[in-house]
Design a protein around this ligand. Structure first.
Ligand SMILES: Nc1ncnc2c1ncn2[C@@H]1O[C@H](COP(=O)(O)OP(=O)(O)OP(=O)(O)O)[C@@H](O)[C@H]1O
Ligand SMILES: [Mg+2]
Length: 355
């Protein structure tokens, strides 16, 4: 499979009064052409900073890319000028945010914002662009698009703004679409429509998608692979099946037991992971998850675990995977949730390595 994006050892920090926040601490992953990578993790784990850094949208200062490469389509985005990045953002990489107002221009009609992408990057003439803008607004579920196309963002409701932003992002047929909890604020029906829309675009255009979400149902529905982030690092990475049916990192166990799934009604059974993430101005040595890990060993507090390989696609950074570590299993509550999840989703075909 061909890689569209490869992030290598990315480190991003913010200068604050309280010190330097090490928000992203050596993150490496790739996204293949046409695939969807989900990024999951507790609040503050660095999901948004990672994705905004790919777009080069973190404010600098206080933010700074301290190290690493972001190879997109063969070129390192870290080295691009702001002007070059503007081109890439308008054309090759689209982004959908949690908050639509950060990407919509409040002083420009919604239709015009979509048309601008089409005339500039797709070389459409004005009337074709207007037609397509109306079509895109209809596609994302905005009623009366012929009228809405001439309105400003403030005339839209919150949910409609979200959809308008998606229309702008889709207009350029980007090679990579980064979606940072794009549907969190929307009602379930619209959410499902928008996810369908994204999948459809992906099928037609071969778009790669990075999808940040707190919803396990969305992960199951959308993603090919999953990256699990904790305290600015990826701690486990695998195909959806590997993460859902054979998770290896105790943090992933806790996360899977705590993440809601819109299409199931087991919210009461969700258990938050006890304790809280570390202070990123002064990250602990060893495994950052150790203080919250009921299975932590002495070494977890002393030495950072390497990424252990479980399969060609499955990796996890926990000392529990060391050949000398005791064999432990996910707690019963986690296994119960995983069993429940697996009855909600089609059974995976896991080809296990010899055990
Ligand atoms: N502009 C900033 N200045 C200082 N610290 C920042 C800034 N932006 C992000 N951070 C810090 O970087 C860390 C990672 O934040 P990030 O927004 O990536 O988390 P997240 O995983 O997206 O969380 P959530 O699920 O809540 O969206 C946090 O500790 C956050 O406080
Ligand atoms: Mg975020």
């Amino acid at each position: 499979m061909e890689k569209l994006l490869e992030v290598k050892n990315l480190e991003v920090s913010f200068q604050t009064y309280g010190g330097e926040v090490q928000a992203v601490r050596g993150v490496s992953f790739h996204v293949n052409k046409g695939e969807t990578l989900a990024i999951v993790g507790e609040s503050g784990s660095g999901k948004s900073v990672t994705s905004q850094t790919i777009m080069r949208l973190i404010p600098t200062p206080p933010g700074k890319i301290k190290n690493g490469q972001i190879i997109f389509d063969g070129e390192d985005l870290v080295k691009k000028t702001d002007k070059e990045m503007e081109q890439i953002r308008g054309k090759d990489i689209g982004m959908i945010f949690q908050d639509p107002m950060t990407s919509l221009n409040p002083t420009m009609k919604v239709g015009k914002q979509i048309m601008e992408v089409l005339t500039k990057h797709q070389k459409m003439d004005k009337s074709a662009a207007k037609e397509r803008a109306i079509e895109l607004l209809r596609l994302v579920g905005i009623p009366m698009p012929e009228k809405r196309v001439n309105q400003y963002p403030h005339e839209f409701s919150g949910g409609m703004r979200q959809r308008a932003m998606i229309a702008v992002a889709l207009a350029s047929n980007p090679k990579l679409l980064i979606a940072d909890e794009p549907t969190t604020a929307l009602d379930v029906t619209i959410q499902a429509q928008i996810l369908e829309l994204m999948k459809d675009l992906q099928k037609k255009m071969g778009t790669s998608i990075i999808f940040i979400t707190h919803d396990l149902g969305v992960v199951a529905n959308m993603a090919d692979r999953v990256a699990v982030m904790y305290a600015g690092k990826i701690v486990e990475m695998g195909t959806v099946d590997e993460i859902f049916y054979d998770p290896r990192h105790p943090y992933t166990w806790g996360l899977l037991a705590s993440m809601p799934s819109l299409d199931s009604d087991d919210k009461k059974e969700l258990a938050a992971i006890p304790g809280s993430p570390p202070d990123l101005t002064n990250p602990p040595k060893g495994d950052a998850f150790a203080p919250r890990n009921p299975y932590a060993m002495k070494i977890d507090f002393e030495l950072e675990p390497p990424m252990f390989k479980i399969s060609d696609t499955h990796y996890a950074a926990t000392w529990l995977l060391h050949p000398d570590a005791p064999k432990v299993e996910p707690p019963e509550a986690v296994k119960k949730r995983l069993r429940k999840l697996s009855s909600n989703y089609p059974q995976p075909i896991i080809v296990k390595e010899s055990e």
